[in-house]
Design a protein around this ligand. Structure first.
Ligand code: GN1
Ligand code: MG
Length: 362
């Protein structure tokens, strides 16, 4: 168990510690809800131990987040419940945003947003509509973030061709003799190389602009209000940085369209839900439609299969590499995850014309 008194004392927090419990299902950091009480008033905070193997410059990361959240709060100023619509980091007593413990762990804190939940799987099309609206609004609000350019915390994060090359390197090395167990998945990935360059080529030709985007719009990175069901707050801002709007829409399609868990072993449960795609598109166009370029619009149906392939490639690469990146809780966990992603890609490919028709009508 983390040493909560020593961690809490490093932030601008006061009161007695009441409880600490694990929170959420992120694959990267360790997240807790810490409740404090002061003269009868209870306050909760989200405390995260950062994965500093992946995020080597946590100070730059928090600097990005501080700028982004301050900008979002300026935009939301005056809205009812504004404090529930954007994250708010808690400053450390040393003037920065981080606390370091004696064992070298690096922590950050946010004000906890209560009466809200982050779903791993969407139950209704309305949730999909809500989530896409929220991410479109998020992109729109960050369009005029004052300079300088945000730090690229993880450069080339969605550079799919580089992800593909990393996969090929892991396959050639096969350092853990796992390739044999993944032959069908490897073949599936290898036959889709040409997909990986499409968006970057368009960006290179100037048809798709760089924007400030979220880059990790998995559906459990948004909070829904428990009573109204409204998508209220975009969370997990670690890799908010320059990127393409289509990465965000694509990852939403990946995570919102699938009714099964990302690591589901029964692949018959992993399917692409076309009506959820239609709901995502409707929500996204309501808040982002005004700023998308024609080329961005034309590729809304392509973004889902692309990002799903990319995430599947990353899981497969990590499986071949010996599970170094994503947290795993069982043998073959990353292979199971790669399988769900590729099953989803295949299903999306079957629905390609139907998706395109929805985009063209939208
Ligand atoms: C990670 O941090 P989390 O669990 O929200 C990953 C995403 C993947 C996702 C797959 C920084 O997201 O890129 O799409 O897992 N985040 C990072 O579930 O690598
Ligand atoms: Mg997350």
């Amino acid at each position: 168990m983390p040493n909560w008194p020593s961690i809490a004392a490093q932030f601008n927090l006061s009161g007695d510690i009441l409880s600490a419990e694990p929170l959420g299902h992120g694959h990267i950091h360790d997240t807790y809800r810490l409740a404090l009480t002061e003269r009868g008033a209870e306050r909760s905070y989200t405390l995260q131990r950062l994965n500093i193997t992946i995020f080597r410059n946590p100070a730059a990361l928090m600097d990005n987040i501080a700028r982004v959240t301050a900008h979002l709060h300026r935009k939301n100023n005056g809205a009812p419940d504004a404090h529930r619509h954007a994250l708010q980091p808690v400053a450390a007593r040393d003037g920065g945003w981080l606390a370091t413990t004696e064992n070298g762990a690096v922590w950050r804190a946010f004000h906890f947003i209560g009466r809200a939940y982050a779903p791993d799987i969407l139950e209704s099309r309305d949730q999909a509509y809500q989530a896409a609206r929220a991410f479109g609004r998020f992109q729109g609000q960050l369009a005029d973030l004052p300079p300088p350019r945000l730090t690229e915390i993880l450069p080339d994060f969605h550079h799919t061709p580089k992800r593909f090359m990393a996969f090929e390197r892991a396959l050639a090395a096969d350092a853990h003799q796992r390739a044999d167990a993944a032959r069908p998945e490897i073949a599936f990935a290898l036959s889709r190389r040409t997909m990986t360059t499409v968006l970057l080529d368009l960006q290179g030709r100037g048809e798709i602009p760089e924007r400030v985007v979220h880059n990790d719009t998995k559906i459990n990175n948004i909070l829904f209000d428990e009573s109204s069901g409204e998508a209220i707050c975009v969370i997990d801002l670690d890799i908010v940085m320059p990127g393409l709007a289509l990465y965000d829409f694509g990852d939403l399609v990946r995570s919102a369209s699938n009714p099964a868990a990302e690591d589901e072993r029964d692949l018959s449960r992993v399917v692409f839900r076309l009506p959820f795609f239609a709901a995502l598109l409707r929500g996204y166009l309501e808040t982002a439609g005004a700023f998308l370029t024609p080329a961005e619009r034309r590729h809304l149906a392509f973004a889902g299969p692309l990002i799903t392939l990319e995430v599947g490639l990353r899981f497969l690469t990590d499986y071949l590499d010996g599970d170094k990146y994503f947290k795993v809780r069982r043998p073959n966990h990353n292979l199971d995850r790669a399988r769900t992603q590729f099953k989803l890609v295949a299903d999306m490919e079957r629905h390609r014309d139907a998706m395109q028709a929805i985009v063209d009508a939208g």
